[in-house]
Design a protein around this ligand. Structure first.
Ligand SMILES: Cc1cc2nc3c(=O)[nH]c(=O)nc-3n(C[C@H](O)[C@H](O)[C@H](O)COP(=O)(O)OP(=O)(O)OC[C@H]3O[C@@H](n4cnc5c(N)ncnc54)[C@H](O)[C@@H]3O)c2cc1C
Length: 363
C-alpha cells in the first residue's frame, strides 16, 4: 500500500540521531514520520534492535544534562509506564544516587519527547528505498510504501562482538565496546585491561586506556597490526602497552561478584599451542563496527569506511539532494551519543531549509 500524500520528512532510525532529528522537525511543524526498526530476530542477531546502541550499555555518564543523581521521579513522569518496562527495575527501585542516566532510559526520554511534539512512530524497518526521483518511495518490513519529500537516514551502526557466551555474561560488568565511554570507570583504574583487535579503533582505544589502566594488553589474531603506521608505532613504543600476537580470546574469565577478572587466550596460528591466561579487570572489544546501510542497496554514495558520504563540509547532505544523514551511519571518527544527537538536529534543520527553498522556488 502506498500512502497517498507525501510526507514532508521521514526519519529512518531510532538512536539519538533519529530522535533528535524528529524533535527538531516536529517543532518546525513538519510532522515527521519516524521508522524505529522492527523487534525481529534478524535485527537482534545483527545487533540493531530499535532504540539504538545506547540500549546495549548500562549507565551513560558523559551525556550532558545527566549528572550523578536519582532520575526516578522525572523518568516516571516523562515516560509512559509501558515503555518504562525496558529499563531494568533496579534503576528505579534504588533510592541511592546513580552515576548518570541508564542508556535505555535516556533513549526512552528522547522517544517520549519526539512523540510529545507529534512525531508518528512506525515500528518497522525500512527495507528498500527508491531515491531515483522525488518524491522518494520507501518500502518497509510490513510491505507498506511511504512517499517522502525529504529523508533523514539515521540508521546508526552495529558493533561487532566476539560472540562468546562469557562476553555476553560480562557485558557492562567488565566487557565494553567503547573506551571513551567506559575507560574512566573505577573498576579499570590502575588495573590491567585487555583490548581485542588490531585496527585503528583497537589501537586508539588501547592508547586512550593507558590514561587509566596499569597496563593495556592488545590481543591480536595476526603478527602485524592493521592500524595506520603512525598509530601502530605509537602503540609499539608505549611501555604501558603489551601486544599479544597471534592470539584469540577463547574465554573471558570472571564471576558474578567481580565481573571480569581475566582472559584465556588460544593461539590463532597454531591450534596445538597451549592456551595462556592473563589477569584483567576489563575487556574492550574493538573489532569494528558495521554502518547500517544494506537497505540502501547502493542508493547513496559511501566513503572509504563504508559510512554514508557527506557531500557538503559541515552539513548533512548526501549524494542525493533532499536525503540527509546523521549519526554513526556517517561517522567513523567520533561515534558518541551527543555527536549523533547534534548531527540529527543539523539534518532536520538542513531538510527544513531545503523544503523552504523549494517552496520559494515555486512561489
Ligand atoms: C556498548 C556501547 C556503549 C556505548 N556507550 C556510550 C556512552 O557511554 N556515551 C556515548 O556518548 N556513546 C556511547 N556509545 C556510542 C553511541 O551509542 C553511539 O554513538 C550512538 O548510539 C549513535 O547513535 P545513532 O543515532 O547514530 O545510531 P544508533 O544508536 O546505532 O541507532 C540506530 C538505530 O536505527 C535503527 N535502524 C537501523 N536500520 C534501520 C532501518 N533500515 N529501518 C529502521 N530503523 C533502522 C536500529 O534500531 C538502530 O539501533 C556506546 C556504544 C556502544 C556499542
Amino acid at each position: 500500500m502506498t500512502s497517498k500524500t507525501s510526507e514532508k520528512i521521514v526519519v529512518i532510525g531510532s538512536g539519538p540521531a533519529g530522535w533528535s532529528a524528529a524533535i527538531y522537525a516536529a517543532r518546525a511543524g513538519l510532522k515527521p514520520l519516524l521508522f524505529e526498526g522492527a523487534l525481529s530476530m534478524e535485527n537482534q542477531e545483527a545487533g540493531r534492535l530499535p532504540m539504538g546502541q545506547l540500549t546495549t550499555t548500562g549507565y551513560v555518564e558523559n551525556y550532558p544534562g545527566f549528572p550523578r543523581g536519582n532520575l526516578r521521579g522525572y523518568m516516571q513522569s516523562a515516560v509512559s509506564s509501558d515503555r518504562l518496562l525496558v529499563v531494568p527495575d533496579e534503576v528505579f527501585e534504588r533510592d541511592e544516587i546513580q552515576p548518570g542516566v541508564y542508556g535505555s532510559a535516556l533513549m526512552e526520554l528522547m522517544r517520549a519527547q519526539a512523540e510529545d511534539f507529534g512525531t508518528r512512530v512506525v515500528s518497522e524497518d525500512v527495507v528498500e528505498v527508491d531515491f531515483a526521483t522525488r518524491p522518494f518511495v520507501l518500502r518497509d518490513s510490513n510491505g507498506d510504501e511511504t512517499v517522502a519529500e525529504t529523508v533523514v537516514v539515521a540508521t546508526g551502526a552495529s558493533a561487532r562482538w566476539l560472540g562468546l557466551p562469557s562476553e555476553e555474561r560480562f557485558k557492562n560488568n567488565g566487557v565494553s565496546g567503547c573506551a571513551v565511554c567506559d575507560g574512566a570507570l573505577p573498576r579499570f583504574q590502575n588495573r590491567p585491561i585487555v583490548v581485542v583487535g588490531g585496527g585503528d579503533s583497537a589501537v586508539e582505544e588501547a592508547l586512550y586506556l593507558t590514561n587509566f589502566a596499569s597496563k593495556v594488553m592488545i590481543v591480536h589474531r595476526r603478527d602485524e597490526l592493521r592500524a595506520s603506521k603512525i598509530l601502530a608505532e605509537r602503540a609499539l613504543r608505549d611501555p604501558q602497552i603489551e601486544i599479544l600476537w597471534n592470539r584469540r580470546v577463547e574465554e573471558i574469565l570472571g564471576d558474578d561478584e567481580n565481573g571480569v577478572t581475566g582472559v584465556r587466550l588460544a593461539s590463532a596460528s597454531t591450534p596445538a599451542e597451549p592456551t595462556i591466561e592473563r589477569e584483567a579487570s576489563g575487556v574492550f572489544v574493538a573489532i569494528g563496527r558495521r554502518p547500517n546501510v544494506e537497505f540502501l542497496n547502493g542508493a547513496l554514495e559511501l566513503d572509504e569506511n563504508g559510512c554514508i558520504k557527506r557531500t557538503v563540509p559541515f552539513a548533512t547532505n548526501t549524494s542525493v539532494p533532499a536525503v540527509f544523514v546523521a549519526g554513526d551511519v556517517a561517522d567513523s571518527r567520533y561515534r558518541q551519543g551527543i555527536i549523533a544527537a547534534g548531527s540529527g538536529a543539523c539534518a532536520a534543520l538542513d531538510a527544513e531549509r531545503f523544503l523552504l527553498e523549494q517552496a520559494s522556488d515555486y512561489s
